[in-house]
Design a protein around this ligand. Structure first.
Ligand code: SAM
Length: 298
């Protein structure tokens, strides 16, 4: 993908100082991608602009960007009118580059050097808060689950994932991708696929296709259930995907079969056949019975 011309990048955005093309900035600062930090950069202005437009409206409240890196998407957000961007970047090599962007858009970009997993983004800036990110793939899922736990603290999350993860976020029952992540996500948010990006859109190109997804947190979870119990039940049901629920859910309680019958679910069914509503009914019923097994991570 081309890095565009200086004119492209310094379009009609009201920025104070002209910024050089990203590839030039990277060369001048001697920056190279560090795979350990999941660094695959977007230089194409059409693509970064498309993501910024998809996150609209961004001229109110705060945009929180995770992993700005050299700032391609950050520039697009500012160029597309973001009133305030707070960007969290772990790799300190990018701080001087990001400071240059901040100087070009006075008072509109704040950079936090740190690990996004340790920052409570729900407390940053002012509402409406919108998270926009080309996520570092190694921490994309824990970041998403953390934000979803914050309920409606975020007006929207416009995020790039590996396509395979996006498929799991969007999956419906009776499909191979349906599982714990689909349920945890759709229970708390409306999820929409926006578009795919091929590996060649990035520098360096990753091995897989990427997908931009938009999530709008629900005011209330889809059906009532205790979050920890729902997670425990889905972990057991999908941890042994091929097994019948009467067997896999014994991890949650020895009375699994009784609970299944009481909730009107066939004990011979498998986890992938159940709707989110049915999983929530199971979580409520197990909560009454009391579980015995420890939780597993997603
Ligand atoms: N936004 C840039 C772009 O689109 O070109 C870079 C995206 S790159 C896929 C992911 C970025 O996240 C990198 O800059 C990386 O250093 C940063 N990163 C990785 N882990 C992080 C973490 N735990 N907290 C904050 N930033 C992180």
């Amino acid at each position: 993908m081309s890095g565009g011309t200086a004119d492209d990048e310094n379009g009609a955005s009201g920025k104070l100082l002209p910024l050089p093309p990203l590839r030039e900035v990277i060369a001048r600062h001697g920056l190279s991608a560090n795979r350990a930090f999941g660094q695959n950069f977007l230089f194409d202005l059409n693509l970064t602009g498309r993501i910024a437009r998809a996150a609209a409206p961004i001229d109110v409240g705060t945009v929180i960007e995770i992993g700005p890196g050299p700032g391609g998407l950050t520039r697009a957000l500012l160029d597309h009118g973001a009133r305030e961007v707070i960007a969290i970047e772990r790799d300190r090599r990018f701080m001087p580059v990001l400071a240059e962007i901040s100087a070009a858009y006075p008072g509109r970009l704040q950079v936090i050097e740190g690990d996004a997993l340790k920052v409570d983004a729900a407390k940053l800036g002012s509402a409406p808060r919108r998270v926009v990110a080309n996520l570092p793939y190694n921490v994309a899922t824990p970041l998403l689950l953390g934000w979803l736990e914050s309920g409606t603290a975020f007006a929207s999350l416009t995020l790039m994932f590996q396509k395979e993860v996006a498929e799991r976020l969007l999956a419906q029952p009776k499909t191979k991708d349906y599982g714990r992540l689909s349920i945890a996500t759709q229970w708390r948010a409306h999820v929409k696929r926006l578009f795919d990006l091929p590996p060649r859109a990035f520098t360096p190109p990753p091995k897989v296709t990427s997908t931009v997804v938009q999530l709008i947190p629900r005011a209330e979870p889809l059906f009532p259930a205790d979050a920890a119990m729902l997670e425990r039940v889905t972990a057991a049901a999908f941890g042994q995907r091929r097994k019948m629920l009467r067997q896999s859910l014994r991890q949650v309680s020895p009375q699994a079969e009784e609970v299944l019958v009481a909730t009107g679910i066939a004990p011979t069914a498998r986890g992938e056949e159940l709707s989110i509503e049915q999983f929530c009914a199971l979580a409520r019923a197990f909560k009454v019975k009391g579980p015995i097994a420890p939780r597993a991570g997603l």
